[in-house]
Design a protein around this ligand. Structure first.
Ligand SMILES: NC(=O)c1ccc[n+]([C@@H]2O[C@H](COP(=O)([O-])OP(=O)(O)OC[C@H]3O[C@@H](n4cnc5c(N)ncnc54)[C@H](OP(=O)(O)O)[C@@H]3O)[C@@H](O)[C@H]2O)c1
Length: 279
């Protein structure tokens, strides 16, 4: 039996073990995915320990996606551009970092929305997920607006993306939300606002959501956040975070094993679990 770990702090809420273990079992792979709660001050020692064990790889989540980079041996070019790692492959003791969040988000968005080529997109947030999505979307869309509570972080993300979409990328804070909603085809919530336990919170006032907007919330617990609930009532089309969770996980799975996992089984496993644990 070989192991694969999720390194994060905290990790107890994670769906990754149940979805990956279902996919490992389906392919009769003798692998087990385990959650590993790692305090920030223990990260370097934990990576050294894992390097000397026979792991197939790992996932990395909050708060280690950036701070783990110096402890790895190699970084994939996309993860390097994004500046964050969510997947590690153990190649005979050498640890290589990847980022599959953007690829997963893009697949989920394209499946639900269709062709995004001519679309104007607003992202709320400028953290790790917003960065990963920004770098995946940027070569494929017409215009991007990044709004963040801390405007400097939004400006920094916009300037790192400007090499790819020079004249059509803008940044600001939430004071620009009204204009952004009118101009956008797609709104992506890449903040934790609305996540359990704060399920009555939403980053957007319900009466401001246009019926023509497509709203993608990265939050997957609850599956239907207040933002998605309000958007649906306004007549807008919606997508929750479960699809991205599964597709970014499926990309990691392929990196570790070389096999295509059963992503429908992974999706059903996560949805069943979230449904059973609904508050
Ligand atoms: N579905 C999936 O597969 C998936 C994958 C990755 C992440 N996610 C979800 O995406 C969300 C963001 O993750 P992340 O990794 O990007 O986190 P992160 O790096 O910590 O960034 C969080 C972002 O949210 C903003 N934010 C936090 N609290 C806020 C509040 N109360 N009001 C307004 N803005 C707030 C932060 O703004 P400041 O810069 O101003 O602090 C920052 O821009 C989380 O809910 C996470 O669970 C989902």
């Amino acid at each position: 039996m070989k192991f694969c770990y999720l390194l994060g702090y905290p990790v107890e809420h994670s769906m990754s073990a149940i979805m990956h273990n279902a996919a490992f079992n389906k392919l009769n792979l003798d692998y087990e995915y385990k959650l590993l709660s790692v305090k920030p001050e223990k990260l370097e020692k934990t990576v050294e320990y894992l390097r000397n064990t026979d792991i197939i790889g790992a996932n990395v989540t909050i708060p280690h996606k950036i701070s783990i980079i110096p402890y790895l041996d190699e970084i994939d070019p996309l993860a390097n551009e994004i500046g964050a790692v969510n997947t590690i492959l153990n190649k005979e003791g050498k640890l290589k970092g990847y980022n599959t969040d953007g690829v997963g988000a893009l697949k989920a968005l394209k499946n639900a929305y269709g062709d995004i080529n001519e679309s104007c997109v607003t992202i709320l947030g400028a953290g790790g997920a917003a960065r990963a999505i920004g770098f995946s979307l940027i070569k494929k869309i017409k215009k991007l607006l990044i709004l963040n509570r801390n405007k400097t972080k939004a400006d920094n993300l916009a300037s790192s993306l400007k090499n790819h979409l020079k004249n059509n990328i803008f940044s600001g804070d939430y004071s620009q939300i009204d204009q952004a909603l009118l101009e956008s085809d797609i709104l992506i919530n890449a903040t934790p606002v609305g996540m359990i336990p704060n399920i009555s919170h939403s980053p957007i006032e319900e009466k401001k959501i246009p019926s023509t907007l497509f709203v993608f919330d990265l939050v997957y617990n609850p599956m239907k956040t207040k933002l998605l609930h309000d958007a649906e009532l306004a007549g807008a089309k919606i997508l929750g975070g479960v699809e991205m969770l599964v597709y970014q996980g499926a990309e990691s799975f392929k990196i570790w094993t070389g096999y295509e996992p059963d992503d429908r089984l992974m999706m059903q496993t996560v949805k069943n679990h979230l449904e059973c644990t609904k508050i």
